[in-house]
Design a protein around this ligand. Structure first.
Ligand SMILES: *[C@@H]1O[C@H](CO)[C@@H](O)[C@H](O)[C@H]1NC(C)=O
Ligand SMILES: *[C@@H]1O[C@H](CO)[C@@H](O)[C@H](O)[C@H]1NC(C)=O
Ligand SMILES: *[C@@H]1O[C@H](CO)[C@@H](O)[C@H](O)[C@H]1NC(C)=O
Ligand SMILES: *[C@@H]1O[C@H](CO)[C@@H](O)[C@H](O)[C@H]1NC(C)=O
Ligand SMILES: *[C@@H]1O[C@H](CO)[C@@H](O)[C@H](O)[C@H]1NC(C)=O
Length: 320
């Protein structure tokens, strides 16, 4: 709407100098994704009829999972008293996305992002984040793109070739509230891409997060890919004086607007946890109360909706 040709060519030139838009979810997707995050200053969690708990092996505690339409993972909502987060890092193995059974995509693509960031959960006016998108088309073509973003500015692509199975580290560092850097390192080759950033939207240093996101493209959430598992390891949230892992984080799962919970969490330790995509079959089992030691209770209506999908999928020759 507001993209004047000057702005657009500036963006294009900048992008040309910095990064080659590499995949379908490259520059065009980035521009559209500009509005992909925050609305108001509310916590990302939504009201849910589902209720589930996650065992935290680091503390021995069991805590309630919060649900979000678009974020799954771990988010620390406040730093130690009197401090602010200035660096967040985590490592993942690049997953291979696939199209979920029985779920339609309006544009033919399924995708998700995995990223680390400072702010954007309860502190909502800025996020410094970096990560990668993984996309699969209905024909099965898989593509990846690595990006950095200081929301509300655009996300931009890093020039980095990514393949399934690569081990990558992601870092965001804030030098001040309005300057910092985003870095992605390929631990397979040691190749590192980094970008210094400044913004007029100051960070609060209030939140640290490690997220698998169903991101927005255009004005709606992209059809969520079956990403199998994304395991975050070496999770560190640092302040100038101390650092911590994910054991005090709020654990979030994605529940879509049809009340289907699409992810599951396994908190492995203070520095690592796994986000799993839950298939329609697993959703039905959870709703039927057969989750692995977890309290997974959908309402009767939701169970029926899941069963309907199962019937549709199996009668459609799907992979059930
Ligand atoms: C992400 O989810 C939150 C609530 O869970 C919602 O307020 C926000 O609008 C969602 N973002 C998008 C882009 O849908
Ligand atoms: C970013 O912070 C991490 C600590 O989380 C540190 O190891 C790394 O050196 C920092 N990188 C930069 C560029 O400041
Ligand atoms: C990492 O390096 C490997 C080996 O060269 C390469 O195949 C892969 O695409 C690289 N991945 C990233 C994220 O740079
Ligand atoms: C995901 O991890 C679980 C173990 O936590 C494993 O049982 C499952 O096979 C994995 N799925 C994929 C697609 O790798
Ligand atoms: C929610 O997820 C279920 C199961 O994956 C899917 O069938 C349904 O279409 C999704 N609903 C929306 C609104 O995306």
């Amino acid at each position: 709407m507001k993209f004047t040709s000057t702005l657009l060519s500036t963006v294009l030139l900048t992008s040309f100098a910095l990064a080659a838009p590499s995949s379908r979810s490259g520059l065009a997707g980035r521009l559209q994704r500009r509005g992909r995050t925050l609305q108001g200053s509310t916590l990302r969690s939504k009201e849910s009829k589902n209720s589930k708990t996650t065992f935290n092996a680091a503390t021995g505690n069991t805590s309630a999972v919060q649900y979000s339409e678009n974020w799954s993972g771990a988010a620390i909502t406040s730093p130690p008293t009197g401090q602010t987060f200035n660096a967040v890092s985590g490592k993942i193995t690049v997953p291979t996305p696939s199209a979920p059974s029985g779920v339609a995509s309006t544009d033919g693509d399924y995708a998700a992002s995995a990223w680390v960031g400072i702010d954007g959960n309860t502190y909502s006016t800025a996020i410094l984040q970096t990560g990668l998108d993984f996309t699969v088309s209905t024909s099965g073509a898989v593509s990846y793109s690595a990006w950095y973003e200081w929301y509300p500015d655009y996300a931009m692509d890093f020039d980095l070739t990514i393949s399934a199975g690569d081990v990558i580290s992601m870092y965001v560092n804030a030098t001040t509230t309005t300057s910092g850097s985003a870095t992605i390192e390929n631990l397979t080759t040691g190749k590192t891409v980094t970008k210094s950033l400044t913004s007029t939207s100051a960070l609060g240093g209030e939140n640290a997060e490690w997220i698998v996101e169903d991101f927005e493209e255009g004005n709606s959430l992209i059809a969520f890919a079956d990403f199998g598992n994304v395991t975050f390891t070496d999770c560190v949230a640092a302040t100038a004086e101390s650092s911590e892992g994910v054991s005090t984080a709020t654990i979030m799962d994605i529940e879509n607007t049809s009340n289907q919970v699409l992810t599951d969490k396994n908190l492995i330790s203070d520095s690592s946890f796994q986000v799993s995509y839950t298939s329609i079959l697993e959703q039905a089992m959870e709703a039927g109360g057969e989750g692995e030691g977890e309290v997974g209770k959908g309402t009767r209506v939701e169970n029926e909706a899941v069963l309907q999908q199962l019937i549709l999928v199996s009668s459609g020759g799907g992979r059930c």
